[in-house]
Design a protein around this ligand. Structure first.
Ligand SMILES: [Fe+2]
Length: 244
C-alpha cells in the first residue's frame, strides 16, 4: 500500500517529535504493509512556517536514518498546505510542494479548517486549476460544515478537485458520524484515495490495512486496492521516476 498523507518528519509540525518517533512510525507503517510514504508536514503560515527548503533539510536527515537502519520503504516529501491567501504567492514562486501528478496537473494536498468550509474555497481551487494545479482536499469527512450539510461537499466536488479520506475515519476512530460520512463517500464513488494522516504511534498510528479491509467489505476488494495502492501509485510516480 502507498500512503500519500503522513506527518512522519521529526519536529516540524504536530506529528513525530523526534527522529526515534519518526523511525517507529515508519516501522509501524512497514508492519502495516505500506511500501511508499509521501511525508506531508503542515504548512500553515504563522503556525507551521515550513517551507520547501526547511522540509527538504529534515527529509534528508530522515532519509539518512532510514538507510542507516535498513528500513525497507520508499520515501519522498510534499506538504499538507492549509487554505490561505499565501498559497497563490507560493504557487507563483514555484514554492508549493506537490504530492505528485494527476492527469498532468500538479496535485496539492489542501487542508481546510476542521470547523468550516471558508468562503472563497472554490474560487481558490479554480484559480489553482487555471495555474495547472489540482487540489486534493484532505479529510473532507472530518469537516464540521460538510458533516452538517452535504451540499457543502457537492459544491467542492463540482470544481473537479480530488478528495482524500483518512483510514482512521473509515475504521470508526473519529466516531460514528464521521465513519458514516466516509462510507457514504465511498459508496457514492467520491473518494480519490485513502491515506493514514498518521501523526504518532499513540495518537494516530498508520492503519491502512484495517481501512482497506473495511472498504473491501463495502465496495469490493478491487476498489479498495485502487484507493490504497493503484491511484496513490499513479499520483506519486513522478516523485520517484527522476530522483530516488
Ligand atoms: Fe494531516
Amino acid at each position: 500500500m502507498i500512503d500519500l498523507h503522513c506527518h512522519v518528519l521529526p519536529g516540524i509540525d504536530d506529528g513525530a517529535k523526534t527522529m526515534d518517533e519518526s523511525l517507529s512510525l515508519i516501522q509501524a507503517a512497514i508492519d502495516d504493509g505500506i511500501t511508499r510514504i509521501i511525508c506531508t508536514p503542515h504548512i500553515q503560515p504563522g503556525i507551521y512556517d515550513n517551507t520547501l527548503a526547511s522540509i527538504t533539510d529534515v527529509f534528508s536527515q530522515l532519509k539518512e536514518q532510514v538507510t542507516h537502519h535498513s528500513l525497507n520503504i520508499e520515501l519522498a516529501f510534499a506538504a499538507e498546505v492549509r487554505l490561505c491567501p499565501e498559497i497563490m504567492v507560493l504557487a507563483k514562486q514555484n514554492k508549493l510542494p506537490f504530492i505528485g501528478l494527476w492527469q498532468e496537473q500538479q496535485v496539492l494536498l489542501l487542508e481546510l479548517p476542521h470547523s468550516h468550509v471558508p468562503a472563497g474555497t472554490e474560487q481558490l481551487i479554480n484559480w489553482l486549476k487555471k495555474n495547472g494545479i489540482i487540489a486534493m482536499i484532505a479529510h473532507p469527512e472530518r469537516n464540521r460544515d460538510i458533516l452538517a450539510d452535504f451540499s457543502k461537499f457537492k459544491q467542492l466536488a463540482r470544481t473537479g478537485c480530488l478528495f482524500q479520506i483518512t483510514a482512521a475515519s473509515v475504521c470508526g476512530d473519529f466516531g460514528e458520524k464521521i465513519q458514516q460520512l466516509s462510507y457514504k463517500l465511498l459508496l457514492d464513488d467520491l473518494v480519490s484515495i485513502i491515506a493514514t494522516d498518521a501523526h504518532s504511534i499513540k495518537r494516530r498510528p498508520p492503519k491502512l490495512s484495517q481501512a482497506k479491509a473495511k472498504v473491501a467489505e463495502l465496495v469490493g476488494l478491487e476498489k479498495a486496492h485502487q484507493l490504497v495502492y493503484e491511484i496513490p501509485k499513479l499520483i506519486s510516480e513522478s516523485k520517484f521516476s527522476a530522483f530516488t
